[in-house]
Design a protein around this ligand. Structure first.
Ligand SMILES: [Mg+2]
Length: 245
């Protein structure tokens, strides 16, 4: 299948970002060692597990209770928040073939965006997990924008458009807004595709708004669905997507 497009939106978690290497105990260990306290690793890994029991999953702890991680796990050490973000990033990988595919799409002249779920309020560039990932991996150059339920970040000047606030992928309101803003730029949703792993947030609601949809199965295969095609490696995008002129 071949698609002629003008815009491509990439999901972040378990898509562009591959969390395979991310093990919470490794991050806690790295941070403790970096603070010169290797003898506290075991105790801190234990405390981190206590927080996981309290909130259900490590992602829930990280998304909503970062302050508590710093206070309870890392004894409120001043350098802990920054070190935690750095060490966390070091364990995150890129999906296979991502950079080569981005390079191709940009050179073809397509408009590229990250369309991500993000629960934490946006701050300056590099203070949230998505823009920090883009910066650490050298991917910022390929994208024009990061669209999230916390706002839209213009990557060329770092400005944040808060009219996206509260719009979500699952409810589809984020895609409504996105479709509107693309139309304002002369791009129809059918000239764009969303790429993601989750059927309920990346595939179904985007397709309903007229976007093409590509299911990414490189990290986890959520099963067959109404996606226009399925890819396991981002390099496949070089065969599938052409610039619409
Ligand atoms: Mg995802």
């Amino acid at each position: 299948m071949e698609m002629e497009l003008k815009w491509v939106g990439f999901d972040f978690g378990q898509c562009m970002m591959d969390p395979t290497g991310l093990r919470s105990y490794l991050v806690v260990g790295d941070v403790s060692k970096a603070m010169g306290e290797p003898e506290l690793v075991e105790e801190r890994v234990h405390r981190y597990r206590v927080l996981k029991e309290k909130y259900g999953t490590y992602s829930a702890v990280k998304e909503g209770h970062r302050d508590e991680i710093m206070r309870y796990v890392f004894d409120g050490k001043e350098e802990a928040p920054e070190l935690f973000s750095i060490k966390e990033q070091e364990h995150l990988l890129m999906g296979s073939g991502l950079e080569e595919a981005l390079c191709y799409l940009r050179d073809e002249g397509l408009h590229l965006a990250v369309v991500a779920e993000l629960k934490k309020t946006l701050g300056a560039m590099g203070t949230d997990i998505v823009t920090r990932f883009l910066q650490t991996k050298g991917l910022t150059q390929y994208f024009e924008e990061v669209v999230t339920p916390q706002g839209r970040i213009d990557l060329r000047n770092g400005s944040i458009d808060l009219s996206y606030k509260g719009k979500t992928k699952e409810e589809g309101t984020l895609y409504d807004k996105l479709a509107q803003s693309l139309r304002d730029r002369g791009i129809e949703p059918s000239e764009g595709t969303m790429i993601g792993d989750k059927i309920a947030t990346d595939i179904v609601p985007a397709k309903k708004r007229g976007f093409k949809v590509i299911q990414y199965t490189g990290y986890v295969d959520m099963g067959s669905c109404e996606a226009d095609c399925r890819i396991e490696n981002f390099l496949r995008l070089k065969e599938i997507i052409k610039k619409k002129v």
